[in-house]
Design a protein around this ligand. Structure first.
Ligand SMILES: Cc1ncc(COP(=O)(O)O)c(C=O)c1O
Length: 362
């Protein structure tokens, strides 16, 4: 039998959820509401949908392996040279490319726990060690993470906002971190939810990059742009860092439909504003209802809410039977994506019904 190396066998495979249609059939529920993956409930911009239909006519051709037009569009939007941008099959792939570019077995990467699960998975597969620092008040404990940087540390991951807690770290905290981080550590700042943030002290990560720090900023079209199914993400960093990552990137890692859709999605300011507004309204409603029920939730800067409960799996199962899909996080917390008004109410009504029965105890 062919056997993968030990460090690969130690990593748990990502467990995908069942397709919604399958749950519908198995549980006999009509129109289940999916609030599990932090997707934009409005869907993609109509401009992106048009571009998708058009791009479909050239599917016999390979995509533009350099993503020329998408990089140009991002460059205009971000006010930086296209040479500072790398494209990925979702930002997920860029995490993996960065780890494979800069780490060898035995190296360490510092990250928060709980945070986005892919960081530790990618590091594990590379034979590296994920040094996980517990959150403090549901936020990255940047001083403790800084303190965990040692001679073997090659990378430090910050999810800002953090998934699953929706919390952010502030400018002053970045200032302190960047004043002392060693030159040979790449700080990856994952900003998958940046477009939802409204807090005035949210840091401008680009500033640190332009000051010459070793930063890789990751963003995505999967969240507010509503294109999760097309897998397009991008990274922003110094050309010297990206040139090394380009050696690891597969030639056609972003597809032609995704590139075309992303360009148009960027232009649709109205859809972006509407998506933000829907999220803010949903957030207010959920805060109000969850507070009234006495639920223990964390204030969010993203499009999901983290709640502490007694038995996450039992609550997940009970809500599933009512046709509401949320995400259990470990034993004692769940994460719920903010949906459309009707979806949020379905969740609240189902939660109320579960609370009434007293089963599970939450
Ligand atoms: C913090 C964070 N980073 C990255 C991603 C990956 O997004 P994608 O690969 O779809 O761009 C996610 C998705 O859930 C996320 O929550």
């Amino acid at each position: 039998m062919i056997k993968a190396p030990e460090h690969v066998l130690k990593v748990n495979a990502y467990v995908p959820g069942k397709p919604v249609e399958e749950l519908e059939r198995e549980l006999g529920v009509r129109n289940p509401v999916k609030l599990a993956s932090n997707e934009n409930p409005l869907g993609p911009s109509p401009l992106a949908l048009e571009a998708i239909a058009r791009a479909g006519q050239s599917l016999n051709r390979y995509p533009d392996g350099g993503g020329y037009y998408l990089k140009m569009a991002l460059s205009r939007r971000l006010g930086i040279d296209p040479g500072w941008i790398i494209l990925g099959n979702g930002s997920n792939e860029l995490i993996d490319i960065a780890v494979r570019t800069f780490m060898v077995p035995g190296d360490e990467a510092v990250m928060a726990a709980p945070s986005f699960v892919v960081y530790s998975m990618s590091v594990g597969i590379t034979g590296g060690k994920a040094v996980q620092i517990p959150l403090r008040d549901f936020r990255h404990d940047l001083p403790a993470m800084h303190g965990a940087v040692g001679p073997k540390t090659r990378m430090l991951f910050i999810a800002n906002p953090n998934n699953p807690t929706g919390t952010i770290n502030y400018k002053a905290e970045y200032d302190r971190l960047f004043s002392g981080i060693p030159e040979d550590v790449l700080v990856v700042i994952d900003e998958a939810y940046i477009e939802y943030v409204s807090h005035p002290d949210y840091p401008d990560s680009m500033r640190y990059l332009l000051e010459g720090k070793n930063v890789l900023i990751l963003r995505t079209f999967s969240k507010i742009y509503g294109l999760a199914g097309l897998r397009v993400g991008y990274g922003i960093s110094k050309p010297g860092i990206l040139a090394q990552m380009e050696r690891v990137r597969a030639p056609f890692n972003t597809n032609s439909i995704g590139q075309a859709a992303a360009i148009r999605a960027l232009e649709d300011e109205a859809h972006l504003a509407k998506s933000r507004a829907v999220n803010e309204e949903g957030k207010s409603l959920l805060y109000r209802e969850l507070s009234a029920m006495g639920m223990d939730y964390v204030k969010t800067e993203a499009n999901f809410i983290y709640m502490r409960v007694d038995d996450a799996q039992a609550l997940f199962n009970a809500l599933l039977k009512a046709g509401v899909i949320i995400r259990p996080m470990g034993g004692k917390a769940v994460r719920v994506t903010i949906g459309l008004a009707g979806e949020n109410m379905r969740f609240i009504d189902a939660l109320k019904a579960v609370l009434k029965t007293g089963q599970p105890k939450i």
